[in-house]
Design a protein around this ligand. Structure first.
Ligand SMILES: C[S@@+](CC[C@H](N)C(=O)[O-])C[C@H]1O[C@@H](n2cnc3c(N)ncnc32)[C@H](O)[C@@H]1O
Length: 220
């Protein structure tokens, strides 16, 4: 092997290490900012998050399968973003099931409405709303689903209490998180929030970096 080739290999490795350190630094800075200033990620941020790499490591189909969906179910999604996970859920509850995709940002809901119309999806109902005031009746919902959204809300326990209120007795709350998200909480943190809200853990999927947790109402 020529000396030049070895030198190039070293330069490439040093370059990768510098990039990695830089990304860890950016992630750390964002986490500190997000810890003290919670606000909804702007629409362009949700487009960045929902990219092909993310959909490869956290497949919409797998996320939906873990929710034990059945035709006819009523599902609420908190913070749908681009709607790729919403779509995977909606397909599994056809023909009469509905997903109410609730987001606080008008631009996200407008984009989702366009996607739904363009793709001819009939059972996603994009809804502008704040999770602190769920516009749903007590015990009326089969599943509440949130992907990378709950930790960006300042009072997640309050939201989960309301999830419990609207959940049918045999319903599930399904929460997904993945690590590059600057709001990512560890599994034990999210489990603690849910327990404080009167929910209990049913199933855990994934690993430290990407996980999904299913909760039901606490059995008395
Ligand atoms: C990080 S994005 C995740 C989007 C999508 N679930 C995904 O995984 O690609 C979080 C979403 O939650 C929404 N959101 C934040 N706070 C909210 C609130 N209080 N009520 C409803 N939606 C909220 C944001 O507008 C944003 O669309």
């Amino acid at each position: 092997m020529s000396d030049w080739f070895i030198i190039l290999q070293w330069i490439f490795m040093i370059f990768l290490i510098v990039i990695l350190i830089f990304l860890c630094f950016v992630e750390g800075v964002l986490r500190v900012i997000r810890r003290y200033h919670k606000f909804p990620i702007p629409a362009f941020g949700t487009r960045l998050i929902d990219n092909p790499w993310r959909r490869f490591v956290q497949k919409p189909r797998t996320v939906a399968e873990r929710m034990q969906l059945k035709p006819g179910m009523i599902v609420i999604e908190i913070g749908p973003g681009k709607g790729n996970y919403t779509k995977a859920v909606a397909e599994r509850i056809l023909p009469d099931g509905k997903v109410y995709a609730l987001d606080i940002q008008e631009s996200i809901i407008e984009n989702l409405k366009k996607k739904v119309e363009k793709e001819g999806i009939i059972n996603i109902i994009p809804t502008i709303g704040d999770v602190y005031n769920f516009p749903f009746e007590d015990e009326s919902v089969d599943r509440v689903f949130s992907n990378a959204c709950l930790p960006e809300i300042p009072d997640p326990v309050r939201v989960l209490r309301d999830c419990k209120r609207i959940l049918k007795p045999d319903g599930l709350v399904s929460l997904c998180e993945l690590l590059p998200d600057p709001d990512y909480p560890r599994r034990k943190t999210e489990i603690r929030w849910a327990e404080e809200a009167g929910l209990e853990l049913r199933e855990k999927f994934g690993n430290f970096f990407i996980y999904q947790l299913n909760f039901s109402k606490k059995s008395s």
